[in-house]
Design a protein around this ligand. Structure first.
Ligand code: NAP
Length: 243
């Protein structure tokens, strides 16, 4: 079997109704996985795109502990922590709500979902894969997005911290740092002609990324091909961070 096949595996993708999460769910389905498409809104559309082996799960990280009980009674091999939000405001005006909401979804939910997933994998003595979705703002400071930057720096740190504890249990913990990808998350930037041009001029590849650019990397990090990749934060950014 190909080292890039996910045949026989079950993958759970958070925020699978749209954007990067939807593309990851579809790519993992195409690679042979049974995919649990999880979201706070219906993921039926994603399950239909996958076709064969898919199901949907209601999961709203308004409660960051929402996934605490979902791994105990079934074998899930791959967890993709993709759900994320962003709030834009001057740091001097930034509200506690915009801080807490972003940290809860992007960081607290990611940690406690990973904890529940890893506990179940360790109890089964089964290998497993965690793929976190980080950001360029895991490395850079950004402008007017302080809670997002703090959360994504946290995602990169947790990727390494959890790798250090769980690699010995056969659980690979890695992250993808997407560059500028055309999704709802970046619609405001693409609609601003000046920001759009400035972004494009800095990307060596000369284009926005597509969700599928991230999805194919996620398949790699979920597949046997990456079994000796631990604690990596892989930039998929058209070369942005190389500039
Ligand atoms: P998106 O289209 O806005 O997708 C975000 C996903 O997270 C949606 O499915 C959204 O559900 C879900 N979500 C938000 N709040 C949630 C909650 N409380 N509970 C459960 N799910 C929730 O944006 P995207 O670009 O695909 O973002 C996916 C991930 O990539 C995020 O972690 C983001 O930070 C990261 N990222 C994106 C870029 C980029 O350029 N696009 C770059 C770096 C990192 P709803 O549809 O219901 O809101």
């Amino acid at each position: 079997m190909s080292a890039f096949s996910l045949a026989g595996k079950t993958a759970l993708v958070t925020g699978a109704n749209t954007g990067i999460g939807q593309a990851i769910a579809v790519a993992m389905g195409q690679a042979g996985a049974h995919v649990i498409c999880a979201g706070r809104r219906s993921c039926e559309g994603t399950a239909e795109l996958i076709g064969g082996s898919a199901e949907v799960l209601q999961l709203d990280f308004a409660d960051p502990m929402a996934a605490s009980d979902i791994f105990a009674d079934r074998a899930i091999d791959i967890l993709v922590n993709n759900a994320g939000i962003i709030r834009r405001e001057d740091a001097a005006e930034f509200s506690e709500t915009d801080w807490d909401d972003v940290i809860d979804v992007n960081l607290k939910a990611l940690f406690f979902t990973s904890q529940a997933f890893a506990r179940a994998a360790m109890a089964r003595e089964a290998g497993a894969k965690i793929v976190n979705i980080a950001s360029l703002l895991s490395f850079q400071g950004g402008v007017r997005v302080p809670s997002y930057v703090a959360s994504k720096h946290g995602v990169a740190g947790l990727t390494r911290a959890l790798c250090n504890e769980w690699a010995a249990h056969g659980i690979n913990v890695n992250a993808i740092a997407p560059g500028y990808i055309a999704t709802n998350n970046t619609e405001a930037l693409r609609n601003d002609p000046d920001r759009n041009q400035a972004i494009l001029e800095r990307i060596p590849a000369g284009r926005w990324g597509n969700p599928s650019d991230i999805a194919d990397t996620a398949v790699y990090l979920a597949a046997p091909a990456s079994d000796y990749v631990n604690g990596a934060v892989l930039n998929v950014d058209g070369g942005w961070l190389a500039r």
